[in-house]
Design a protein around this ligand. Structure first.
Ligand code: OOG
Ligand code: NI
Length: 459
């Protein structure tokens, strides 16, 4: 296959995902182990399940599939990130407020950049969970610390003018000629490399006392990819194989429990943040080497996307599991994760039907309908599950939290600052897509397409 002379947004996206993955593998060797184990798990799953293994995405898609996580400090930086991802056909979807989603200090709000059309998702579904610091939130930062943070952030440049100009050109012209594409990809990858620049030790530690996430974002003059997450078809198998290799995973798999019914939404787990050498400048101007534990490895399994009703049932189930687990823990000091999972499974059996057809019939999950015109019984439609392409605030907070070195300090007596989806859209200078609307569109289009093929009225 000859190299393309012009790269379209999806080609830039696929190439960027590969380039980040290569870079991250060099920076974090345990990530390479995670990829190896993920490939083994997926190959074995495909061998066991045949064509059924591909119901939620082709093996080619799943093998290349990654999500990344990045963290920025200001609306200006957020809007620049939106231009870079816009060049790759990745658009902001969803609003996540992690400030309340956990008991410890995660002073950020987030969105995810991802492709939004079905064909684009099938070509390459790369998505990046992007968080932004909220220095104005008084539960975390005093007015004085807010002012110093804002000054620090305003003085740095994460993304240079050349990178942004190439991004704008790609977005305006629907891609880039090969030489400019190569330069764009080089600069974009470089922007997310871990920098060797000495970190101001006193400043970093002052922020860390409030929140390790705040220090990671606002304590250094550059940014970096925080993690890159492969997708597996059996996350319980992955978890067991990683532990067998001697890599300590966090205690739990976040999200729905393992159970006999259809997998929905997203299950995620990670291994703990690794100590990475970093250079600091002390208050006396001395350069010292130290280590920081910030970046980790995460892996995920994706299930069927839930409708608003399905999601409400999910949210209620999560609360029910929490309450039941808290009660059981109060009774039994030896209460362990395995017991929590038992409780979760029980709640699941009462909340969700155990088959895909019931999930569809009860309007809890999204399904498309594909026409088959060559079936023996004449024209028919086949139901296909829609894969969940987004994130879960609760799991995201859990992933952040399980990797923090300290809880930080959150002053619950102070008022939080209002931030919502409209505010985020304003910061981005772009429309913020609603995930439910995107799934509904996908389903509507499939119905219209099936009706047209079969020559019937979709109603
Ligand atoms: C983002 C944590 C959230 C996920 O998969 O839910 C996340 C971060 O650590 O910056 O990546
Ligand atoms: Ni993640």
């Amino acid at each position: 296959m000859s190299a393309p002379t012009f790269l379209e947004p999806w080609q830039l996206r696929a190439a960027f995902a590969r380039s980040l993955s290569d870079m991250y593998g060099k920076e974090v060797p345990a990530y390479t182990t995670l990829l190896e184990v993920s490939h083994e798990v997926n190959a074995d799953f495909a061998a066991r399940h045949g064509a059924d293994a591909e119901r939620l995405g082709s093996i080619a898609r799943v093998t290349a599939e990654r999500h990344g996580a990045i963290r920025v400090g200001t609306p200006t930086e957020m809007a620049q990130v939106a231009r870079i991802f816009g060049a790759m056909g990745m658009h902001p979807v969803g609003f996540y407020d992690l400030r309340d989603a956990s008991s410890s200090s995660v002073p950020v709000i987030s969105t995810a950049f991802r492709p939004i059309e079905r064909e684009e998702l099938a070509r390459n579904p790369f998505r990046v969970f992007t968080s932004m610091l909220v220095p104005a939130d008084r539960r975390f930062f005093t007015a004085d610390l807010e002012r110093r943070l804002e000054n620090f952030l305003a003085a740095r440049t994460l993304f240079g003018p050349e990178l942004l100009a190439l991004a704008d050109r790609a977005e305006a012209e629907g891609g880039l000629p090969a030489d400019q594409a190569a330069e764009f990809l080089r600069l974009a990858t470089q922007a997310f490399e871990l920098s060797d620049e000495p970190v101001d030790q006193a400043w970093y530690r002052e922020l860390e006392a409030v929140s390790a996430v705040a220090a990671d974002i606002g304590g250094i003059a550059s940014t970096h990819i925080n993690h890159l997450t492969p997708r597996v078809l059996d996350i319980d198998d992955l978890y067991a194989r990683m532990e067998a290799r001697g890599i300590t995973m966090i205690d739990a798999i976040q999200g729905p429990p393992r159970w006999e019914g259809p997998d929905v939404l997203l299950r995620q787990t990670s291994f703990r943040a690794l100590a990475e050498p970093r250079t600091f400048r002390t208050a006396d101007g001395e350069i010292v080497r130290d280590a920081l534990r910030v970046r980790f490895g995460e892996v995920e399994a994706r299930g069927i996307a839930l409708t608003r009703e399905g999601r409400a049932a999910y949210d209620a189930a999560v609360i029910e599991i929490d309450e039941a687990a808290a009660a059981a823990r109060a009774e039994d000091p030896g209460f362990a994760e395995a017991q929590r999972q038992e409780i979760a499974r029980g709640v699941w059996q009462q909340t969700f039907p155990s088959t895909e057809s019931e999930l569809a019939a009860q309007g809890l999950g999204w399904f498309t309908y594909e026409p088959v015109t060559d079936s023996a019984e004449g024209p028919a439609v086949v139901r296909q599950p829609v894969v969940y392409e987004d994130f879960l605030p609760r799991s995201a907070a859990g992933i952040f939290q399980s990797n923090l070195t300290s809880d930080g300090a959150k002053d619950a007596s102070q008022e939080g600052t209002d931030r919502d989806a409209d505010w985020m859209a304003g910061a981005l200078g772009r429309e913020l897509n609603d995930p439910f609307d995107l799934y509904a569109d996908q389903v509507d289009r499939s119905l219209a397409g099936a009706a047209e093929t079969l020559g019937v009225d979709p109603a």
